[in-house]
Design a protein around this ligand. Structure first.
Ligand SMILES: C[S@@+](CC[C@H](N)C(=O)[O-])C[C@H]1O[C@@H](n2cnc3c(N)ncnc32)[C@H](O)[C@@H]1O
Length: 198
């Protein structure tokens, strides 16, 4: 199983991370676009992003926060306990989603694709579970000397996702309105792509 380093796992739960997520990451990634009412998050970590999105988007009916790591799922469950009925957390591999075709309006991926190693399989399965007209949104980190240093120090197993490679893959999967552009937070980039209406 792909696991985050202990350091990253702790960092994702800090107040600093939450504050950056709330003020910059979530608004810039969502960019005023429609979210929900049925949302799937892949690689939810501690559930911090899920909590922020739910707070900022009251129109969401159901937010399914998933992660391959059972320890992260336990944390996310605790984080989302106050949202019972509206949010749930589940242990799921993003490359093998146990959901039917077209089950979600939005699929979110927050800084997790480079942790999956097989990120092409993850975006392909995201495309499958999105309804026609639904949107894949998220952000990630490209390869850079800084990213390599951080992952070496934190001993994380990663396969970085170049923005242009991601854009090519999304187009090849048949997505429309593909946007991959700098997020304006460190070296990260945001992406958004729409499954063609049926
Ligand atoms: C850097 S963390 C980001 C967590 C959260 N999205 C956030 O922004 O706070 C990456 C997460 O992706 C998860 N992950 C890695 N590979 C995965 C996979 N194949 N399917 C689902 N989750 C995965 C890890 O367990 C980890 O929780």
């Amino acid at each position: 199983m792909v696991q985050m380093s202990e350091f990253e796992s702790l960092f994702c739960r800090t107040r600093l991370w939450r504050s950056v997520a709330r003020r910059f990451v979530v608004p810039r990634v969502l960019d005023g676009g429609e979210v929900g009412p049925q949302v799937l998050e892949i690689g939810c970590g501690s559930g911090a992003m899920a909590a922020e999105v739910l707070a900022q988007r009251p129109g969401i009916d159901r937010y399914v926060a998933t992660d391959v790591d059972p320890a992260m799922v336990r944390l996310a469950r605790r984080e989302l306990a106050s949202q019972a009925g509206r949010a749930e957390a589940a242990e799921v591999d993003g490359a093998r989603l146990p959901y039917g075709d077209g089950s979600f309006d939005t699929v979110c991926s927050w800084l997790m694709l480079h942790h999956t190693i097989t990120w092409e399989d993850v975006v392909a399965d995201a495309a499958r579970v999105l309804r026609p007209g639904g949107r894949l949104v998220g952000y990630d980190l490209p390869d850079s000397p800084r990213a390599r240093l951080v992952h070496r120090v934190t001993r994380s197993r990663v396969r970085m996702v170049a923005p242009e490679e991601l854009a090519r893959e999304l187009v090849a999967l048949g997505f429309e309105s593909v946007e991959v552009e700098p997020l304006g937070v460190a070296d990260t980039y945001r992406f958004s792509a729409v499954r063609p209406p049926g």
